[in-house]
Design a binder for this molecule. Structure first.
Ligand SMILES: Cc1cc2nc3c(=O)[nH]c(=O)nc-3n(C[C@H](O)[C@H](O)[C@H](O)COP(=O)(O)OP(=O)(O)OC[C@H]3O[C@@H](n4cnc5c(N)ncnc54)[C@H](O)[C@@H]3O)c2cc1C
Length: 808
């Protein structure tokens, strides 16, 4: 074994081998994979080997499509068969709600280049002869589904990597990982030590244990999973003989089942409701090629549905039941990327669909390690989407919930209950008492809307039970004054003698003067967005940044990676140390004037001013800015004072009819101002010009800010896309995000978010289209629940287009 390597990859499952292959293919050949046993000694060997292109997240779906397209290449490169059978498949719907969901999947497929087609249940039965069409209302055909040989694929990755110069050391167990003072990693094994610049944790079932070697508690948990294999079935033989083809894949969502042909019989797997975690706290090192004892009672309810939906199963015997463990992150997507605070330590774990996702994970990670950027929008798999709040018990609750809902529909207005409440603010109970219906952002309970007694969300793709109540909250803001809880923003404090110069280089905006704020886009080297913040200059108190709450860890990882090494800049994520309230609406100033002795007149405290002031008895930091696009103030307050500030504001606002509003009303309000947000409109694949944030980029400022050269080039060349707001002729449903935008009879763009703008009484969609058609006002259509609706571009904001309310 070599003593030094550029990269050590820990784990020879399908994921580690894919990472090794991608690193080598990308040109890093001084790389070695360490496997404690034979390759495929974790969850990989007993997988059912199914592969699919669809995923709830369109960007993960793209990477799944890439993974499937890769198998031919690695087979040719390695000479190792992968056993790929591209049979195609049907996704079956037994209810209308499921068919609506599938129509959304088909629509997404249009701009992802995934060829999907809605078909009738009868047509599905013609493709998949074992199903009873009476049990279904429709289906979707996917030509890119199939299955493969798990061991063959893993070995093909490893052999192809070796041919490119990478090394694989089997029977080499990593026992400890130690960071040297010079930043290199000592990877200590039972056979000696390798010193490496980079370490990749692809430990699969042992990813937690490998993480713990460097003090990291990763939010992953293994679950037991069962599938059965039947005896040979005459129906299968007859179909094979008649058509000369295999029986295609089927996913029966309502039965929570997946099926495919396995030799002369069938394989049927299920994500059962009564699921069971495996090795909750510690994975035993002596586990390897064993299987777990099957528990037929646990899967019996799913099998009962399966036998009804696929009657031929009633007449066949079960040859074998496989029960094996594999790992999940709380939301079921992989954990990939560099780990904050551990330079050179990377993860590629929690991959629950290694044969659909392994290639994409390897590609993204190798790009990231070699180029400094994953090269795709992989937020849905980024390890930084979790923070310390994702504890072991939280992970356990969430993984179990996610497993049991693997094939369940999640409606756009559906909030999932497991692992909650975890983080709450001091006013949580006060807001609850007012009917707050909560959602979660980065583990924190966030009020979505306020329901009268006896009313709650009815889950639907269409406008639902909250509609009239959110409309009322919007009217409260636009007609008088509303109050909302805004602690879910991420808040950062930047101090130190080097802070100004550092921020000037990090952020693309012009730095504001003391007592002023500005919108601050943050760019990567390639000139694309990596953040958007509100930046406040607090004079001798340093700087304050507010940004996307879900991206706190993501942004801290970026900030810390760019800190100067001389200690002249200090940045702290304030998290729950700072909570927030906001007031907005034409009466907001009058409310503020009543609770504060500060002069808050427009002259003394204009738009984008920031100052410390007491709200009642509570010391606060107040910024005159509002995402509602109305006259408004964001109020930042230490948690111990948040209740006092809340009481002061609600008491002072009573005479103006102050009312509470939640994030759904805020969405309706910001839509009519054409405001975007991080994670939806602003993502690391768009440039500031494309995203409409170029007006906040100080292209001419002296500081050589990160991404300046590329941003200037984007401005010169015009980029490719434009973000636009559309008014949709919708009737009873509004866009959610990820719907295709049609123009001239073809899909030309995609929706990032939208909803109903209650004040303007318009259904609004926001999305990207190619710049060539971005100035066409008419001729667009947006596909909603399988139907195309006329849409037109709304260039000027629907509300307060001249900014009189906001700045007045
Ligand atoms: C019953 C079942 C059915 C499945 N069906 C499918 C399916 O149809 N389609 C699909 O895509 N996925 C399926 N999966 C999931 C799939 O198996 C996983 O997504 C995949 O195996 C994850 O691979 P991995 O490389 O991340 O982890 P693993 O396969 O667990 O590999 C990790 C490797 O790391 C090694 N290792 C760990 N720690 C160390 C250390 N300290 N030193 C050295 N080596 C170490 C282990 O020995 C192991 O070989 C199924 C899983 C099961 C259990």
């Amino acid at each position: 074994m070599k003593s030094h390597a550029k990269v050590v990859v820990i784990g020879g499952g399908v994921v580690g081998c894919s990472v090794l292959f991608h690193l080598a293919r990308h040109g890093w050949t001084d790389v070695v994979l360490l496997e404690r046993d034979e390759l495929t000694s974790g969850s990989t060997w007993h997988a059912a080997g199914g592969m699919h292109t669809i995923n709830g997240d369109p960007n993960v779906a793209k990477l799944q499509k890439y993974t499937i397209s890769l198998y031919k290449e690695i087979e040719e490169l390695s000479g190792q068969a992968t056993g790929v059978h591209l049979t195609g498949g049907v996704l079956l719907a037994a209810t209308e709600a499921r068919l609506d969901w599938l129509r959304g999947v088909v629509a997404k497929g249009r701009y992802l280049g995934i060829d999907l087609e809605v078909i009738s249940a009868k047509e599905a039965a013609e493709l998949m002869p074992l199903l009873d069409p009476k049990q279904f209302v429709g289906a979707v055909r996917n030509k890119e589904d199939g299955h493969l040989d798990p061991s063959g694929v893993t070995h093909a990755y490893a052999k192809a990597a070796r041919k490119l110069g990478a090394e694989v050391e089997r029977f080499t167990k990593v026992e400890d990982i130690v960071r040297r003072p010079d930043g290199l990693w000592r990877v200590i094994t039972n056979k000696g030590e390798v010193v490496a610049q980079h370490v990749v944790n692809a430990g699969g079932l042992w990813a937690r244990e490998v993480g713990r070697m460097v003090g990291l508690e990763l939010p992953v948990l293994a679950m037991e999973h069962m599938y059965l294999i039947t005896e040979d079935m005459p129906e299968v033989a007859a179909w094979n003989a008649k058509t000369g083809t295999e029986i295609i894949h089927a996913v029966d969502f309502d039965g929570e089942l997946y099926l495919r042909q396995e030799r002369g019989g069938m394989l049927m797997g299920t994500y059962e409701k009564a699921n069971k975690p495996w090795s909750e706290y510690q994975t035993p090192w002596n586990f390897g090629h064993e299987l777990l004892a099957p528990d037929i009672d646990r899967i019996a309810p799913s099998l009962e549905v399966g036998f009804r939906h696929f009657p031929a199963f009633q007449n066949t015997g079960i040859k074998q039941i496989i029960n094996g463990p594999f790992t999940f992150a709380p939301d079921g997507n992989p954990l990939v990327g560099p780990v904050r605070g551990l330079p050179g330590f990377w993860v590629a774990c929690g991959v629950m669909a290694g044969f659909s996702q392994g290639g994409g994970v390897g590609l993204a990670l190798s790009n990231w390690m070699i180029e400094g950027d994953p090269g795709a929008d992989i937020w849905a798999m980024d390890v930084a989407r979790y923070g310390d709040w994702a504890t072991m018990a939280y992970t356990n609750a969430k993984v179990r919930e996610n497993y049991s809902r693997r094939f369940s529909i999640r409606f756009p207005n559906e909030e999932l209950p497991a692992g909650r409440p975890l983080k709450t603010t001091p006013v949580y109970d006060l807001l609850s008492a007012k009917g707050a219906q909560f959602g979660v952002a980065y583990g924190l309970e966030v009020p979505l809307w306020y329901a009268p007694e006896g009313v709650k969300d009815e889950f639907s793709w269409r406008r639902s039970s909250d509609f009239s109540h959110v409309a009322r909250e919007v009217a409260t803001v636009r007609d008088g004054v509303g109050l909302s809880e805004i602690s879910s923003f991420a808040k950062y404090k930047v101090t130190g003698e080097g802070a100004s110069a550092w921020l000037d280089r990090l952020l693309a905006c012009k730095l504001p003067k003391p007592g002023r704020m500005t919108l601050a886009p943050m760019l990567k080297d390639d000139g694309r967005l990596i953040g958007d913040f509100t930046l406040a200059n607090l004079g001798s108190d340093g700087w304050f940044l507010a940004g996307s709450g879900i991206a706190e860890q993501y942004h801290m990882r970026w900030f810390e990676a760019h800190l100067p090494g001389d200690g002249s800049v200090h940045i702290e994520a304030l998290g729950a140390k700072l909570t927030g309230l906001a007031i907005a609406g034409p009466k907001a100033r009058e409310v503020l004037a009543k609770v504060s002795r500060a002069d808050v007149s427009n002259a003394a405290f204009p738009f984008m001013a920031v100052a410390r002031m007491d709200i009642g008895m509570a010391p606060c930091l107040v910024g005159r800015v509002s995402y509602t696009g109305d006259l408004g103030y964001e109020i930042w307050v230490a948690p111990e004072y948040q209740r006092a500030a809340y009481h002061a504001l609600t008491a002072a606002g009573a005479e103006f009819g102050i009312g509470l509003f939640g994030s759904r009303a805020l969405n309706a309000l910001r839509l009519e101002k054409n405001y975007g947000s991080w994670g939806r409109e602003y993502r690391p694949i768009y440039g500031p010009l494309e995203a409409g944030l170029d007006r906040f980029v100080a292209y001419g400022k002296e500081a050589d800010f990160i991404g300046k050269t590329a941003a200037l080039a984007e401005r010169k060349q015009g980029g490719k896309l434009r973000l636009r707001s559309f008014i949709v002729d919708a009737d009873d449903a509004d866009v959610i995000g990820d719907e295709p935008i049609w123009f001239g009879g073809a899909v030309r763009g995609w929706v990032t978010s939208g909803g109903y703008a209650h004040h303007s009484k318009k259904s609004v969609a926001v999305g990207y289209v190619p710049k060539e058609i971005a100035d066409e006002s008419d001729g667009f259509e947006i596909e909603l629940l399988g139907k195309r609706h006329a849409a037109r571009i709304q260039a000027a904001p629907l509300f307060d287009a001249n900014f009189e309310r906001m700045r007045g």
